[in-house]
Ligand binder design. Structure first.
Ligand code: BG6
Length: 479
């Protein structure tokens, strides 16, 4: 056993999921179609397709997820057995507003989350809720062009206020947009759709569209923060960024400058969320690129007035980049400008494994944004083998978590980072966001379902279940 550092009293140990990846019940009780419902199954190295509506003969894994919609009481018991203090999930926007532009919410959808949150609370587990986690109503994409349209700010705000009002006594910790900075890879259509509901044509300016959509999201987030605090001053409302620090390949000054620009391009969203203003380099960049942005003085005042209470972030991996000879623009482009890191191992999906990067990133964010942090995702997607007796010996997952939790604890105990909690991703097996597979498993709890939705969907404990239980029981000391 590795000796770790005890986390402070009240530290929120738990687990994380997102509604569309585990609930299933995609048409239950009046739910509408979300963008996740028109994404087909992909595979390792094979991207998911986005169909024009739900089509016969296609496989849509989010339609069944892991069937949490019908089985959550059983799952909550298992979370409680592990000792969870909190459970991060999202509210499927389409359960509350099936099309997204209705005035009145769907009562059956609201009731589902009432019951589910009550069940968690009865086990002493507090819900931590993301408002928009890759599941914008599909109708808003088709009719309004997603967040390319300023009207989306009002639709999002109406949704946010509705659930803030309804769950004000059940949920304290909220986040607005999941991994808002994933769309930095703007030349890939998937993050543009998942984050912002954008479906662009070849002749559109994709990069400008991304910055514009992100701006509207940031304004929507700032308005939601203000509305939430007015409804319940005790609310803690955070942002959520995908934290993958980007290192320079060497000490060559051009590599260092490129890595700096890469960090600026990936984390300006956090600057706006946390500091309430655009960083100086970005308007210059818009000018240089000739981007004609719709950013008003009123928007800038809103951003300043709606800064977040904490930084929620995911951490899976780090990246590396290098400068280009003779190029002084340093127009870092993701993922083209990433290079291999010769010093770290990778998962089967090519994700670089770098626990020290987590400690580095936590220090970097503390110095830059001066806010409490919440690690709301971290984990190891792997092919698990279920033995004949039902056991899963996932020592590789335990080893990943041991190293990352130790790095997290060092950041807190040795570096003074202010950390609210830790919720490992996919604490129960669910559908992968990037590939749509069940085979890419993250859980402490195994779900007997395959990529085509075949199986009993029965739950069983992996070896990592007992290990994580011991971590929580010892408050992080026994790793
Ligand atoms: C994050 C997302 O990108 O990483 C989750 O917030 C996602 O929704 C998780 O599932 C892991 O990624 P993947 O592609 O392995 O499911």
């Amino acid at each position: 056993m590795t000796k770790g550092y005890k986390m402070p009293k009240g530290f929120l140990w738990g687990g994380a999921v997102a509604a569309h990846q585990l609930e299933g019940g995609w048409e239950a009780d009046g739910k509408g179609v979300s963008i996740a419902d028109v994404m087909t199954a992909g595979r390792n190295g094979v991207p998911r397709k986005v169909t024009d509506g739900v089509k016969d003969g296609e496989i849509y894994p989010n339609h069944w997820g892991n069937d949490f919609y019908h089985r959550y009481p059983e799952d909550d018991k298992l979370f409680a057995e592990m000792g969870f203090k909190c459970f991060r999930t999202s509210i499927a926007w389409t359960r509350i507003f099936p099309n997204g532009d209705e005035v009145e919410p769907n009562e059956a959808g609201l009731k589902f989350y009432d019951d589910m949150f009550d069940d968690l609370l009865s086990h002493g587990i507090q819900p931590v809720v993301t408002l928009s986690h890759f599941e914008i109503p599909y109708h808003l994409v088709k009719e309004y062009g997603g967040f390319s349209n300023r009207k989306m700010i009002d639709f999002f705000l109406h949704f946010a206020k509705t659930v803030f009002e309804r769950y004000q006594d059940k949920v304290k910790y909220w986040m607005t947009f999941n991994e808002i900075n994933n769309q930095t890879a703007w030349s890939d259509p998937h993050p543009l759709l998942q984050n912002s509901g954008l479906q662009l044509n070849d002749d559109d300016n994709w990069e400008q569209a991304m910055y514009q959509a992100a701006h509207y999201e940031l304004v929507a987030s700032a308005l939601a923060v203000q509305a939430g605090h007015a409804i319940n001053p005790d609310f803690q409302i955070g942002c959520m960024v995908a934290m993958c620090p980007i290192y320079p390949l060497t000490a060559k000054p051009q590599d260092i400058m490129m890595a700096e620009r890469a960090m600026q391009k990936r984390y300006w969203y956090g600057d706006v969320h946390c500091l309430g203003e655009y960083p100086k380099w970005l308007p210059k960049y818009f000018d240089r690129k000739g981007f004609d942005m719709d950013i008003t003085a009123a928007d800038l005042a809103t951003l300043k007035a709606g800064t977040v209470d904490y930084v929620g972030f995911s951490y899976y991996m780090s990246f590396v980049t290098k400068g280009r000879d003779g190029d002084s623009d340093y127009d870092f482009k993701e993922p083209e400008d990433f290079v291999e890191n010769p010093y770290v191992e990778k998962s089967d999906w090519g994700w670089q494994i770098d626990p020290t990067g987590l400690r580095y990133a936590m220090n970097w964010m503390q110095d830059r944004w001066h806010l409490p942090q919440f690690i709301v995702e971290n984990g190891f997607g792997a092919y698990d083998k279920r033995e004949a007796d039902g056991s899963v010996h996932d020592d590789y997952r335990i080893s990943y978590f041991r190293d990352h939790i130790l790095a997290m604890e060092q950041a807190v105990a040795l570096d003074g980072v202010d950390l609210i909690g830790y919720t490992p991703w996919g604490c129960i097996d669910l559908v992968s966001a990037s590939t749509g597979e069940m085979a890419k498993r993250y859980g402490f709890i195994y779900v007997d379902a395959d990529d085509n939705g075949q199986g009993s969907f029965d739950r069983s404990k992996k070896d990592s279940f007992d290990w994580y239980q011991q971590v929580i029981t010892s408050d992080g000391e026994d790793l």
